[in-house]
Design a protein around this ligand. Structure first.
Ligand SMILES: NC(=O)C1=CN([C@@H]2O[C@H](COP(=O)(O)OP(=O)(O)OC[C@H]3O[C@@H](n4cnc5c(N)ncnc54)[C@H](OP(=O)(O)O)[C@@H]3O)[C@@H](O)[C@H]2O)C=CC1
Ligand SMILES: O=C(O)C1=N[C@H](C(=O)O)C[C@H](O)C1
Length: 266
């Protein structure tokens, strides 16, 4: 029995790469695309066609479920679309695997409640790359000893949300060890708004958007006379595929919410 997956965001950069990864995995099958347009058409290698090539596109979850028994919805859409897709998937008994960034803390809490009500497992992974998850774990560990932290995340200029989901999750993980405190000079004067970045409990997050970048993050941890720099680079969206496949295989056996891939790797 293969795990049957529908993809929301299938026409996009992540969706296209994910379909390729799923198609080369014998135990997982890409069955359909959930979209907001192109209902009734098909998607093949990132191209829409009306000749029946590739996977069928649905604009309604209900209609998709009438035609297919879907186990997992992989969502790689955008911050405005993801919450509704997850809500609908859970209501239809489909396990969401969410890569889309930009969910608010409140939305994650609401999803947690829905998961408990529906008894359907869900995985939200701010970053599917194993290397990025390790960088986040190491940063959290290191912040126990070096508690002055600045996060610099750098992404391609097509990214909608800032700061990145990875930076937000990194700050949340560090928060568990680092007591809130002001960093820098207490009487600091900021002459151009935003110069010191976003603030999480005194920790700073800086977001860089440039063509040529894909997904990169540095965590700088400073101490008296020393600096620890942890850096991760995704140079190719293939870096996210092992985490996506791991999540798809794992979520079908769950009835709880997993927020962060660090909970799936030791
Ligand atoms: N967790 C992780 O490891 C990673 C997460 N991401 C996240 O994944 C998301 C997608 O990234 P990326 O592939 O680069 O973005 P893209 O813009 O390339 O793809 C998003 C796709 O979603 C489509 N879309 C928008 N709304 C809907 C909807 N309601 N239903 C179905 N499809 C919809 C868009 O269509 P249209 O073009 O018509 O607007 C677009 O084709 C982002 O949030 C990004 O941050 C990215 C990489 C790794
Ligand atoms: O938009 C992207 O590309 C990425 N988004 C995720 C994020 O917001 O952290 C994951 C990765 O950094 C790529």
């Amino acid at each position: 029995m293969t795990i049957k997956v529908a993809i929301a965001g299938a026409r996009g950069r992540m969706g296209t790469t994910a379909i390729e990864a799923i198609e080369s995995s014998p135990d997982v099958e890409a069955i359909a695309a959930l979209d907001y347009k192109y209902n009734g058409l098909h998607l093949h290698n990132g191209n829409i066609n009306d000749e029946g090539n590739g996977i069928p596109i649905y604009t309604s979850m209900a209609q998709m479920m009438e035609n297919h028994a879907i186990d997992v919805l992989l969502d790689v859409t955008d911050p405005d679309a993801v919450f509704k897709n997850v809500e609908e998937a859970l209501a239809h008994g489909v396990h969401p695997v969410v890569g889309t960034s930009g969910l608010s803390r409140r939305q994650v809490d609401e999803i947690s409640v829905l998961v408990e009500t529906e008894h359907i497992g869900c995985i939200i992974a701010p970053n599917f790359s194993i290397g990025a998850v390790l960088m986040m774990k190491f940063a959290a560990q290191a912040s126990r000893y070096l508690g002055d932290v600045e996060i610099i995340e750098m992404h391609h200029d097509r990214k909608l949300d800032a700061p990145s989901g990875t930076a937000v999750k990194t700050a949340e993980m560090i928060r568990q060890y680092r007591p809130a405190h002001i960093q820098g000079h207490p009487d600091e004067q900021v002459h151009i708004e935003g110069a010191r970045g976003a603030d999480v409990d005194g920790m700073k997050i800086h977001s860089v958007r440039l063509p040529g970048l894909l997904a990169h993050q540095q965590v700088l941890l400073g101490g008296e006379g020393e600096l620890l720099t942890l850096r991760h680079d995704s140079f190719d969206r293939k870096s996210f595929m092992p985490g996506i496949l791991l999540s798809i295989r794992n979520v079908v056996g769950r009835k709880d919410l997993v927020y962060g891939l660090e909970h799936l790797i030791d």
